[in-house]
Design a protein. Structure first.
Length: 333
């Protein structure tokens, strides 16, 4: 048997890390995405090592001796937390990313797949008219949206670092760029969460307390959402088959861009009871839209012959709501 791959998943306790664990070890998963006999997987949480610290990062790598890394750990938050903490998002994420990449290089990790975000892309305002749809080639064409510039610049730098590690040392370090993610094990904090988990929590409380479900903002912005289990499959595939420093957008197609109002209605439907009454005065909308192309993703998956289908949005949302309701007492609220 070949030497086993030792794969360290940073951010293993978060939304995407938990989805990877589920997909890899669930017997209902298609064989192509399940853990292989020559793979040893380690999922780490922040209590094991604070990746902002070079010493703790080195100790962690010394402990597990990874040959491969899926780098998910990040200071993550919704629009409101980003808007009020741009410096923290910038500094923490720069430190985390630099420590993970530098320690990977120093310990001869063969492959690193880091997780970026579509926030890295330039803001539409003032950008060239042909900016949309966003493609992998457009990351550095203009400044990101001002609301979360700290997080966005830290994430953009990972792409720069990957290219520098490739150029200077021939390293196979690359990144995925997912759109908005949702699924079980999300962060449901009412102030600091992303849009879907925030809506789910509000709707749940309105049901429980017999009050009106009042989503904030206009409901008009458009987004593409990806189910965490689908994203997990793409990470697993990338780890095994994707050997290119160029990043890969991981998104549903442009045709599946939906308004926040649509999402609100689907959340209401998934809870099967409550009705929403919009509160336009509360909260900011953020960027109006940032449609991304998944043409490259479809092309590389097709070329590798893998059978990959996105979970239909309503099914994914229902599974996420069911998980949240069942796990309310222990979920990150
Ligand atoms: P979560 O907030 O669910 O999880 C974040 C993970 O990072 C947790 O495991 C957390 O550990 C870990 N972490 C945070 N700070 C540190 C630290 N200083 N040292 C070590 N570990 C740390 O995030 P997601 O799963 O949603 O995000 C995964 C990746 O996906 C991130 O890189 C994020 O930027 C990216 N992304 C997320 C999107 C989304 O919609 N959620 C959209 C696009 C990209 P612990 O919980 O133990 O503290």
């Amino acid at each position: 048997m070949s030497t086993p791959k030792v794969i360290l998943v940073t951010g293993g306790s978060g939304l995407v890390g938990q989805a990877m664990r589920h997909v890899l070890f669930d017997e209902k998963t298609e064989l192509a995405f399940r853990a292989q006999p020559d793979e040893v997987w380690h999922f780490m949480a922040s209590k094991e090592a604070d990746l902002r610290s070079p010493e703790e990062t080195e100790k962690l790598f010394e402990k597990y001796k990874p040959t491969h890394v899926v780098h998910l750990a990040a200071l993550v938050g919704g629009l409101f937390k980003n808007m009020s903490h741009n410096l923290s998002f910038l500094r923490d994420n720069i430190l985390i990313n630099d420590n993970v990449l530098n320690t990977s290089h120093k310990t001869n990790v063969q492959k690193v797949i880091s997780c970026l975000s579509t926030c890295v892309f330039p803001d539409g305002a003032g950008a060239p008219p042909d900016l949309y749809p966003l493609t992998e080639a457009k990351i550095h064409l203009g400044p990101p949206h001002s609301s979360n510039f700290g997080y966005s610049h830290a994430k953009r730098l990972v792409d720069v670092q990957n290219r520098a590690y490739k150029e200077q040392y021939g390293r196979n370090y690359t990144s995925a760029i997912p759109t908005n993610i949702f699924g079980p094990h999300d962060n449901y904090d009412l102030r600091d969460s992303h849009v879907i988990p925030g809506l789910m929590h509000k709707c749940y409380l309105a049901e429980k307390n017999g009050t009106v479900f009042q989503p904030a903002g206009s409901g008009r912005p458009l987004r593409q959402f990806i189910y965490s289990h689908d994203l997990a499959k793409v990470f697993i595939w990338m780890l095994r088959h994707y050997d290119d420093v160029e990043p890969l957008i991981v998104s549903v197609s442009e045709e599946q861009e939906v308004s926040i109002e649509y999402v609100v209605n689907k959340v209401v439907a998934a809870f099967q009871k409550n009705r929403a009454a919009r509160n336009e005065a509360a909260g900011s909308d953020g960027q109006f839209r940032k449609p991304t192309s998944n043409a490259k993703l479809r092309a590389v998956l097709e070329k590798s012959g893998v059978n990959f289908e996105f979970t239909p949005f309503e099914q994914a949302l229902q599974e996420s709501v069911d998980w949240f309701v069942e796990n309310y007492e222990t979920a990150r609220t």
